[in-house]
Design a protein around this ligand. Structure first.
Ligand code: FBP
Length: 315
């Protein structure tokens, strides 16, 4: 991982130039830049928008916040306007939206427009999560994605992406442009911090024993309640494990395969980390529907492997 420092040639590299260096096709470069542009309007909504409820509910029957609906509309309009997207799936929409009938040379996008939106009310960091597929089939294993990215709206605004050639971070400057700040982010094999999601009293004995094992090993608790800031901390520090396991009353956990888990698993694997549901890599799960959820253990590969051992009783 190389930090771009003043005076070094990699400084002030903008997103479009960096994407061009990845050797990917113009349509994918254009798509990622369009999502980056959309994030500038989402930032404005997060900073000044209505914090109330929208009066509607999403695919999961959850009450939508006005910010959920607004950020979803901003991204959907931008994706349609891009001209390179055929199918769109959003955590805030009930079904797949077909933007173009043809799929030749086009992409499909699954996104969570504002993950952790309920945290804006208490001024905590939130984010947009995006997974990109070639063609018009969104229900394929995450390993087939051609790109993934998230945008973190925190004290600073950062954008992290991968198109299968490493993981790179950009930070928004005072001109609202994204410039390179970290290139080829790498995970260590094991770490000393953990983010356990969900109510502990609903954990299985195996999950409880695993968290105790981490604590006894000297791992520090780091959990903000926001998936994007929690994953960003793990990626940028190159260490740690996030888990949102199956709960006694939620056998599939909470987080959504298409909109949250696949993009983050793609990024972590690209950085040398791992992501599992306890039985298999997240990226190898064949989605059965838009609303599918899965338990997740994501972060340093040795810690993820250890989680699976505890769950399968081999530890
Ligand atoms: P939303 O998509 O409804 O915002 O939920 C996702 C999320 O807020 C994640 O960002 C976070 O990791 C998790 O839920 C927190 O869940 P809990 O409050 O149960 O720990």
């Amino acid at each position: 991982m190389s930090y771009s420092e003043p005076g070094k040639t990699r400084f002030q590299i903008d997103l479009r130039r960096h994407l061009r260096e990845q050797g990917i096709c113009d349509n994918l470069i254009h798509l990622i830049c369009e999502i980056a542009e959309a994030s500038k309007y989402v930032i404005n909504a997060v900073r000044t928008g209505d914090l109330g409820v929208a009066g509607t509910s999403n695919l999961y029957g959850e009450e939508q916040l006005a910010l959920d609906v607004l950020s979803d509309r901003i991204l959907r309009k931008r994706l349609i306007h891009s001209g390179v997207v055929c199918c769109i799936a959003s955590e805030e929409m009930d079904e797949i939206f077909t933007a173009q009938a043809t799929a030749d040379g086009l992409y499909s996008v699954a996104y969570d427009p504002l993950d952790g939106s309920s945290l804006v009310d208490v001024n905590l960091a939130v984010g947009t999560i995006v997974g990109i597929y070639q063609g018009n089939d969104l229900l394929q294993p995450g390993r087939r994605m051609v790109g993934a990215m998230y945008i973190l709206y925190g004290p600073r605004v950062s954008l992290v992406y991968s198109v299968g050639k490493g993981v790179h971070e950009f930070t928004m400057n005072q001109l609202m442009e994204y410039t390179l700040t970290r290139e080829n982010v790498q995970m260590k094999p094991s770490g000393d911090m953990h983010s356990p999601g969900g109510l502990r009293k609903k954990y299985s004995d195996e999950n409880e024993r695993f968290v105790r094992y981490l604590e006894d090993r000297g791992s520090k608790l780091r959990y903000s309640g926001g998936f994007v800031p929690d994953i960003n901390q793990i990626l940028m520090k190159g260490k740690g494990l996030f888990m949102y396991p199956a709960l006694k009353d939620a056998p599939d956990g909470k987080l959504r395969l298409l909109f949250e888990l696949n993009p983050m698993a793609f990024l972590l694997e690209q950085a040398g980390g791992a992501a599992t549901n306890g039985d298999m890599p997240i990226l190898d799960i064949v989605p059965e529907g838009l609303d599918q959820r899965a338990p997740v253990y994501i972060g340093c590969r040795e810690d993820v492997a250890k989680a699976a051992e505890f769950l399968n009783g081999t530890c």
